[in-house]
Ligand binder design. Structure first.
Ligand SMILES: [Zn+2]
Length: 319
């Protein structure tokens, strides 16, 4: 039997995405050490990403917006009224990397489970639920002029910047004076148009030092942290039996975090992000600085998905 060649695709709008089905995970919070369940649910067009605290007497919805971020000391925490969810950055990073617009995340405690300390478990959860295209145009925040935030001077200097770019790329530089980190790449660039989020970024784990962990535990923090969900180093070496997942896993995790922190703005960015020693606090400050200047951004959609920058039109492949 012979098959006729496939007809060329008709012009199609670049659509919003949600999940095809429900997906569940159970784990512990990095800081609280508490057991927590997540249920990821499909959501209607223009919902955005919403956490729903289902453990409270009345469920409370917390929507992703730059203003919802209320604490950035150890992780990005969002809150509304008295309800909060801590450590949202890794699951938000996975949503950004896979291009999920609309999602309801039922959560049974105030902290997202750390799972393996990277975003790869969230990528797996989202992909196993399947990705559904929806009948509405995907909205992007296109940066139209450069915006920058800075803090500190000399050895404490840090900055982050967004500049116009037809696509989405991130360049990050860290400056850790530690034997292990020094011997790895401290600067990395990732472009969604040419790289693969799942393969190149999602597997990078959070990292910590034994001294720090001991101090944090004494303060009742990092109670769920350990070799299963972080790269842990003493003064001279990585203690995890398997070593590193990427040669430059440390700085790649900073890209992973930045993608999560920036996606809290509610839409994918069309921009080039560049940062030096930035973190959750400065990333959020950058979003607020951007939103403050109405001449620095605009909302755009693509009526013809082929006009969208590389990396946005196709569904991300698994690994
Ligand atoms: Zn992180």
């Amino acid at each position: 039997m012979r098959h006729a060649p496939r007809a060329p695709k008709i012009t199609a709008v670049l659509q919003q995405r949600t999940l095809k089905s429900i997906s569940r995970a159970v784990g512990v919070g990095l800081h609280s050490g508490q057991r927590v369940e997540l249920t990821l649910r499909p959501a209607p067009v223009d919902t955005g990403i919403v956490f729903r605290r289902v453990d409270l007497p009345e469920p409370v919805d917390i929507r992703m917006t730059a203003e919802a971020v209320t604490d950035t000391r150890l992780a990005s925490t969002i809150s509304t009224g008295g309800a909060k969810v801590q450590t949202v950055e890794h699951i938000m990073s996975a949503c950004a990397g896979l291009g999920i617009d609309n999602l309801i995340i039922d959560i049974t405690a105030d902290e997202v489970p750390i799972l393996d300390g990277s975003a790869s478990s969230f990528v797996f959860l989202l992909q196993s639920a399947g990705i559904e295209l929806q009948k509405a145009a995907r909205k992007f925040i296109r940066v139209t002029r450069q915006v920058e935030v800075r803090e500190g001077e000399g050895a404490n200097e840090k900055w982050a910047r967004l500049a116009p770019y037809h696509g989405y790329k991130l360049a990050f530089e860290i400056d850790f004076d530690h034997r292990v980190v020094n011997s790895t790449g401290q600067r990395v660039e990732f472009d969604l148009g040419s790289g693969s989020y799942s393969r190149d970024i999602a597997r990078a784990r959070t990292f910590g030092f034994t001294k720090e962990v001991e101090y944090m535990r004494s303060k009742g923090l990092a109670l769920g942290g350990g070799l299963d969900n972080a790269i842990v180093m003493d003064d001279t070496k990585v203690l995890n039996a398997g070593g590193l997942r990427y040669d430059d896993e440390f700085v790649k995790h900073k890209i992973l975090d930045a993608m999560g922190d920036l996606y809290i703005v509610g839409h994918p960015l069309l921009a080039a992000y560049t940062a030096f020693r930035s973190g959750h606090a400065l990333n959020n400050k950058l979003l607020r600085e951007l939103l403050l200047h109405e001449d620095a951004w605009e909302i755009v959609t693509f009526d013809d998905a082929r006009q969208a920058p590389a990396g946005f039109a196709e569904i991300a492949r698994a690994w």
